[in-house]
Design a protein around this ligand. Structure first.
Ligand code: AMP
Length: 284
């Protein structure tokens, strides 16, 4: 496995591989790798891509500095996991390489407007500008590629897809399903911060999503069922049913596939999850 931290070597490596006729599969991560990340490496391998994984904890997408400070860092084991799971090139760019002006703001910021203002963007102004800006840089340096993102961060996927479309990046997106623990909890680098009791309480998120998936209903019926299933044991930030592309909340006269999005604070740890729902029109 090639290990790089310099932007120009990373750009050159990708250019050279493409010149040899290889396709690049880019997997952006913030490290603390788990089976969710590994599923993206595997998906890229299955498609025959050379897997380029990036490992960069992007400070510009953290609104709360305590959250940034608490973000797990497991560099040594990440390198072992990346190599074991078929990553061909692991890029660990330094902060100075990615954001030479940090902590001063950059003059240029990529913003996706309203798509980044709702849900995870609410109460975290600038979060998705930070995400869109860093992912734009990853795409520019990597060059034409397939990019693998997890549906776990459903709004992030919608944001970067919209950004790539609006700015004509030569990137094909591959959305990968959420990997869960046997009890249903969606894998997340943040799960390590949960105490045993908090982890047990966190299971209401995935259970609520199973409830709505198994009961086709109107948008308001889904919202009621979600709220009831989430209960009061966790501090719910939002629970909604949205259009899977625009993320606009759905109405009772909508039908077909939708996406349920939930977020909750559990013992000071913010958890997100989502799943498919089927909307049926209200009988009149
Ligand atoms: P992160 O390191 O948290 O920024 O995540 C890097 C990539 O891994 C993103 O595309 C995430 O959506 C994806 N990812 C994280 N957790 C999971 C999971 N449980 N299942 C599938 N993909 C995931």
């Amino acid at each position: 496995m090639q290990l790089l931290e310099d932007v120009e070597s990373w750009r050159a490596w990708c250019d050279e591989q493409r010149a040899r006729g290889r396709t690049i599969g880019l997997v952006p991560t913030m490290g603390a790798l788990h089976e969710g990340h590994v599923s993206l490496f595997r998906a890229a391998k299955r498609n025959g891509d050379l897997v380029v994984a990036t490992l960069f904890v992007n400070p510009r997408q953290f609104h709360d500095q305590r959250d940034l400070a608490a973000y797990p860092c497991t560099r040594g084991t990440d390198r072992v996991a990346a190599e074991r799971h078929g990553v061909d090139c692991l890029v660990e760019p330094t902060l100075a390489q990615m954001w030479p002006d940090y902590p001063a703001p950059t003059a240029t910021t990529v913003s996706v407007g309203a798509l980044g203002d709702s849900f995870e963007g609410l109460g975290r102004p600038g979060h998705f500008n930070g995400v869109a800006s860093i992912v734009a840089k990853l795409f520019v340096v990597t060059g034409p590629c397939r990019a693998y993102f997890g549906e776990k961060d459903f709004q992030q996927l919608a944001v970067v897809r919209q950004m790539a479309r609006d700015l004509s990046f030569r990137v094909d997106f591959v959305a990968c399903p959420i990997v869960r623990d046997a009890d249903g909890l969606a894998l997340s680098s943040r799960n390590a911060q949960l105490s045993g009791d908090a982890r047990r309480r966190a299971l209401v998120l995935s259970r609520a999503l199973v409830e709505v998936r198994e009961h086709p209903d109107t948008a308001s019926g889904h919202r009621r069922r979600l709220a009831a299933a989430l209960g009061t044991d966790v501090d719910v930030a939002y629970a909604d049913v949205v259009n899977p592309i625009s993320l606009r909340p759905l109405h009772d006269d909508d039908e077909g596939p939708g996406r349920a999005l939930v977020a909750a604070m559990v013992d000071g740890v913010r958890l997100i999850d989502n799943g498919t729902v089927e909307l049926v029109k209200e009988e009149r």
